[in-house]
Write a protein that binds this ligand. Structure first.
Ligand SMILES: Cc1cc2nc3c(=O)[nH]c(=O)nc-3n(C[C@H](O)[C@H](O)[C@H](O)COP(=O)(O)OP(=O)(O)OC[C@H]3O[C@@H](n4cnc5c(N)ncnc54)[C@H](O)[C@@H]3O)c2cc1C
Length: 414
């Protein structure tokens, strides 16, 4: 089944996917690999190389990548090999003192391990998207239209009519049997079907900086690690390498867009801790964001479905954003497989309920991790003692550790 060529100026396809981020591209790969044709609509001509949001790809997601035929390419092209380090270091500053370190983190130690089909991998989101774009283009059943933006839809019992602005600014119509909204947190598809995000955003801002620092690694004495948590109360943050040459990323906590824009280099120097002998750095990009906990009240209306950030957002604690979204993709693909190969619509009808049950469990986990590990402006000494007791329990109890591990690795699909 291939996208049907236009004869009347209107495109037709069995499934129209809105958004060519990782979730839309993953949906297209799943569908096309199972013989269902689809078109993906994406405004960005190229991926956003300087916005490396998700970097932690879990073992479960790498297993899905294996089925999608891209796990090997992700490992080959990842700028930091899986074997490079499985450690996370906590420190006063990058050039300062080590507080503690953990090893065997993020499934990076699971190399040729019988426990999983694929170990975890650090890989920046734009690289994953770029590899997925290549894979979509290899599959004859899938078509990626960049420079195109979805603007509206109508639907009835026979299908969906989507209005799209093409790369020249012309309005075009695409007719499909089903439409999947993978257009991120500000989803126009969600709005078009009248679904609503419930939940809240953290008031405290975060400011991401990507920077180049040729001599930083040579100056550091903390050893190799995938993340460095800077615990300096004056300027807390999280830092890591984007490649093993000279590019780094950091999250600067408690700093908003306006404050960050004034002098992002100073904020990076605060995390490095190099007042006496500054390291030469070049700021390459900045990206302000807030942690959000939001879930759409439904993931489906008739023939229209939502997946990924269009349907839910969790705080990055627990690295569940993209890794959670990949499960939506699999659940939806399985439902389409049942529909197109066996004529059964039950899984499509149950998609929203199946995903919501899982997503709420992940929201609970992210909320629990965040409330255990972060300091809050309105917390008192009593709350802090409770947090310490929670940590004590988790680190001291086999049952507690199993619960954390089960949720961190990823819950079963159903
Ligand atoms: C700082 C930070 C760190 C993170 N770290 C991790 C991590 O380590 N691990 C993890 O799993 N997740 C992480 N995440 C979350 C992860 O980035 C998101 O969950 C992921 O990008 C969701 O993918 P998506 O395809 O649903 O949405 P997006 O990546 O937002 O993609 C949506 C796509 O839709 C397109 N689009 C928008 N509007 C339209 C329109 N009208 N028509 C057509 N297309 C449209 C956009 O151009 C975009 O390509 C992190 C997020 C942040 C902010």
């Amino acid at each position: 089944m291939k996208p049907i060529p236009s004869t009347d100026g209107r495109r037709r396809t069995p499934v129209l996917v809105i958004g060519g981020g990782p979730v839309g591209l993953g949906t297209a790969i799943e569908l096309a690999q199972h013989g269902t044709a689809c078109i993906v609509i994406e405004p960005r001509a190229d991926v956003s190389w300087l916005r490396p949001r998700a970097k932690t790809t879990s073992t479960r997601t790498m297993e899905h990548f294996r089925r999608w035929g891209i796990a090997g390419t992700v490992r080959r092209r990842a700028p930091i090999p899986q074997s490079w380090s499985d450690e996370v270091v906590f420190c006063t500053t990058l050039l300062g003192r080590e507080v503690t370190r953990f090893d065997r983190c993020l499934g990076l130690d699971l190399i040729d391990d019988d426990l999983v089909a694929e170990g975890g991998q650090q890989a920046p989101q734009p690289l994953i998207e770029s590899i997925m774009r290549d894979r979509v283009c290899e599959l004859p059943e899938a078509e990626l239209l960049v420079g195109h933006r979805f603007v509206g839809l109508t639907q009835d019992d026979s299908g969906v009519v989507a209005t799209v602005v093409d790369e020249s600014g012309n309005l075009i119509t695409i007719l499909s049997e089903f439409l999947v909204g993978c257009d991120g947190s500000r989803s126009a598809v969600r709005e078009a079907i009248g679904a609503k995000y419930e939940g809240s955003a953290d008031e405290r801002p975060n400011f991401n900086v990507v920077f180049r620092a040729e001599s930083l690694a040579a100056r550091m004495r903390l050893g190799d690690a995938v993340h460095y948590w800077v615990l300096n109360p004056g300027q807390p943050g999280l830092v890591g390498r984007l490649n093993l040459v000279d590019e780094w990323w950091c999250v600067i906590m408690g700093v908003g867009a306006e404050e960050g824009a004034v002098d992002p280099a100073r904020l990076v120097h605060n995390l490095i801790g190099d007042e006496t002998e500054p390291v030469a750095i070049e700021v390459l990009a900045t990206d302000p964001w807030r942690a959000r906990m939001q879930v759409s009240d439904t993931f489906r209306s008739g023939r229209v479905f939502l997946a990924g950030d269009a349907a839910h957002i969790v705080p990055p604690t627990g690295a569940k954003g993209l890794n959670l979204a990949v499960a939506d993709v699999r659940i939806l693909a399985r439902a389409f497989e049942d529909f197109y190969s066996r004529g059964r619509a039950e899984r499509l009808q149950q998609y929203s309920a199946t995903c919501l049950r899982r997503v709420w469990k992940v929201q609970r986990f992210s909320w629990w991790m965040t409330s255990m590990l972060h300091r809050f402006p309105d917390e008192n000494a009593f709350d802090h003692r409770r947090q310490l007791a929670e940590l004590d329990y988790i680190t001291g109890s086999r049952a507690g550790q199993t619960t954390l591990a089960e949720n961190y690795v990823g819950l079963p699909l159903d």
